[in-house]
Design a binder for this molecule. Structure first.
Ligand code: ZN
Length: 475
């Protein structure tokens, strides 16, 4: 552990306290606990003080003071990040945006809304729903993750196939810079070619360039019907032609195409609450397919039935169930969304978040299986994939019977390195949707194009010359 470059003295804490008030200045370690560790305890750090500002102006005052004294600040939203980007490691100031919760504007006819960064994703969904619109970003953590964190990490999830990732869902931003100045880039304009795109620099910057305090988001018409199928595949190879057929048949209406391996479903059925295997036998791979329709005319279901019939004829499916009610649709989604919770009781798990060109996913998974087996024949790969956007979570559970902690401690590096080597060989990315944080920082420095890295470092230096924003993350 290294001490922060400049020390947070009692006098500075008093000045910060004067900005946000007593109730929102946390110095007691017990109160700080939820802000200094993440949900899997992979990263447990410490904070000098946790501040919970209630307005953009308070964020601005905090950063101006921190910058003047060279105090490091870790911006934090719902603390659900998976690469340690939001965890303070060295007694930094934690700047929690969770009290910034106002809906600033709703424009159903313009299909936009402007919200503050601390709203949970579920609250953003509800606000959009209130004006009969859809905000399509969809993540298992939607009840706790906050939109500011989604923006900061350019989150992906299961809706990317049809609607794009977070970056594609944003029109404008309000950002507080490292020196406390506020950039008002909240604009609903879809066309604006007046120079460099600052918005896209902040999205995905993981709190290293500025603190996003509000955003103007794109909204969509709400689908009025949904056909959801859970299908069994004879092999992972069948996923590619099946996906291709589904895209051809449904195009933009194909709103999900997720695949998971047999062991993943096995763990879900064993450990998750309120789920049951939709089939009587086990199969090597499964897919969850969803087709949406803007009219309630049965067209989504017709398209799905045709797809399932043709796929069965072509032997791309061995079994299929089509949800016949909203409850059953939710049941199918729960099979996919319970995955993380269901993998936990199986012990240590090495997680990756990679992307490869979609047509290479089946081959990538087979190569990764072989590479993992060569390192540890008892390790248990549990891959699943947002297939439609090329994103694979190639996760590996510990061998049965190993003591807690041993697998992650001894084999995370060799296994992740072996998987990432195949990803790079396939022209893929080592972080598809979770970001870099602290987990992948050193690896990024090793593998990223040197010209890109140089540009990124110079952007960082110009936005945050004193290096106070989320030090030790990303770069
Ligand atoms: Zn994912």
């Amino acid at each position: 552990m290294t001490m922060p470059a400049n020390v947070l003295t009692p006098d500075l804490i008093a000045r910060l306290r004067a900005i946000v008030g007593d109730n929102h200045t946390l110095t007691d370690p017990d109160q700080q606990l939820p802000y200094v560790r993440e949900l899997r305890d992979l990263y447990v750090g410490s904070a000098g003080v946790v501040l919970r500002p209630g307005s953009t102006e308070e964020v601005s005052k905090i950063l101006a003071l921190a910058n003047a004294h060279g105090l490091p600040v870790v911006p934090q939203a719902g603390n659900t990040g998976l690469v340690g980007g939001q965890v303070p490691m060295n007694g930094e100031i934690v700047l929690s945006i969770s009290r910034l919760k106002k809906v600033r504007a709703l424009d159903p006819d313009g299909f936009t809304m402007t919200v503050e960064a601390g709203m949970t994703l579920a609250e953003v969904h509800a606000a959009a729903d209130g004006i009969n619109r859809l905000f399509p970003l969809s993540l298992p953590s939607e009840g706790t993750c906050q939109i500011g964190g989604n923006l900061g990490t350019n989150a992906g999830g299961v809706g990317v196939l049809a609607y794009g990732n977070t970056r594609q869902l944003v029109l404008g931003l309000e950002v507080v810079l490292a020196d406390g100045r506020i950039w008002n880039g909240l604009s609903p304009l879809k066309k604006d070619n007046t120079g460099y795109d600052l918005r896209d620099l902040f999205i995905g910057s993981e709190g290293t360039l500025g603190v996003i305090t509000a955003a103007t988001l794109k909204l969509f018409p709400k689908p009025l019907e949904m056909a959801t199928a859970f299908v069994a595949l004879p092999s992972v190879d069948a996923a590619l032609p099946l996906f291709s057929m589904a895209e051809e048949a449904a195009g933009q209406s194909l709103t999900a195409f997720e695949i998971m391996c047999e062991l993943a479903l096995d763990m879900v059925v064993k450990h998750a609450h309120n789920v049951r295997d939709p089939f009587t036998a086990r199969h090597p791979w499964y897919a969850l397919i969803e087709i949406s329709g803007l009219k309630e005319d049965g067209n989504a279901e017709r398209l799905m039935m045709e797809l399932l019939e043709t796929a069965t004829e072509r032997e791309l499916l061995v079994d299929a169930t089509l949800a016949s009610s909203l409850t059953q649709q939710k049941d199918f989604w729960r099979l996919r969304e319970s995955y993380s919770e269901a993998q936990r009781p199986e012990g240590d798990s090495i997680k990756t978040d990679v992307s490869v060109p979609t047509q290479k996913i089946p081959e990538f998974i087979k190569r990764a299986d072989a590479a993992v087996a060569a390192i540890n024949k008892d390790a248990r790969p549990v891959p699943l994939s947002h297939f439609g956007d090329g994103n694979v979570h190639y996760n590996v559970s510990q061998p049965v019977g190993w003591p807690k902690g041993k697998f992650n401690a001894e084999q995370w590096k060799p296994i992740a390195n072996a998987v990432h080597a195949i990803v790079l060989e396939f022209g893929g990315s080592i972080s598809a949707e979770h970001g870099i944080g602290q987990m992948k920082r050193d690896e990024l420095a090793r593998i990223k194009d040197p010209v890109a890295l140089d540009l990124m470092r110079r952007i960082k230096a110009s936005f945050d010359p004193k290096g106070i924003l989320n030090p030790g993350k990303v770069l």
